[in-house]
Design a protein around this ligand. Sequence first.
Ligand code: ZN
Ligand code: ZN
Length: 389
Amino acid sequence: MAVNEDVRAELDFLVALRRDLHAHPELGFEEERTSQIVAEHLTETGMKVHRGLGGTGVVGTLTVGNGPRTIGLRADMDALAMPETADRPYKSTVPGKMHACGHDGHTTLLLGAARELARTRNFSGTVHFIFQPAEEGRGGAKRMVEDGLFELFPCDAVYGLHNMPGLDTDEMAVVAGPQLASSDSWQVRFRGVGTHGAKPHLGKDPVTAGGHFLASLQTIVGRVVDLLQPAVVSACSVQAGDPNALNVIPDFIDIAGTARAYTPHVRDQLEEEIGRLANGVAAMFGIEAEYRFIRRIPPVVNDADATARALAAAKAVCGDKVRTDFPPSTAGDDFAFFSQGVPGAYVWLGNGPAVDGALHHNTAYDFNDGAISTGVKFWTTLVEQELAA
Ligand SMILES: [Zn+2]
Ligand SMILES: [Zn+2]
């Protein structure tokens, strides 16, 4: 009876913590309040706490026994710059910021696991609880690695977890191989010679060149990249001229977008081929092309051994509600910077049905508190199995 009451009290504590984090979202590298709360709770358990990696990053280290193996568990802490539209008692108190990706939940799960493992100490080895800033496109993981994460806290394996609507809250997906795509940006400027809209022959029209470029862009994925290899190229921004000056052909047009791939080879191909197309179109029209490809995040590719270990933990927690055939996502996660140098596995935890159709990054999205016990149990089981006493 007392045990059940303790479990209930701990769950109530974690739900309250998760909702408090939800109500106080902070953007990447600005997680002052969140990282303070994380550091306080970790310190309370008696473990060593390191702050400042990547600015607001926090690492808690728990060593039990003399087991030689060391693993890292990652949670992201940041929110998104968007308004929360759904009404809920713990709605965002900060205009224009919200936890629309469930990182409030990830932070809570890892804190819950840290508290539990520090109490039960049923393993032998070392766990680094890694709370990273700025996962949402601001480069938090990269900053932590550059600041010496793995020199200070060497890991034999590293694990990440993300909530996934559509899977039940007692369901997980653990799959070897590619999980998330690389996420890179590209920019093209076609530079012509601006002129009177009625006398195009006296200038060099960059807008028409831009149209040809856009019309040909999908031939990279359709005609160049191996058709059995997933790839995405999207133009997401086009800017030229001025709607108030409809008799002016502008000097240049700027086109920019994203490129996604699951292998280094396809990633290289996209970089090269977008540039080739831009230069080719420019040559066709006798104008100049300026091209930049900005590598942001590599793909997340699960290591076979780390995946097998994560799968064993997921099966121990979820029984046969573990999916091993879950499709990869064309989104990115900078967990890739952690799992680049160290064998890693990135797993999905069910968030229940998408409420009112709200998926990640929707203004009504919310982490499902019903997933807290599954998530905490996954982390603690992984540690107890990975670092078996
Ligand atoms: Zn996100
Ligand atoms: Zn996310």
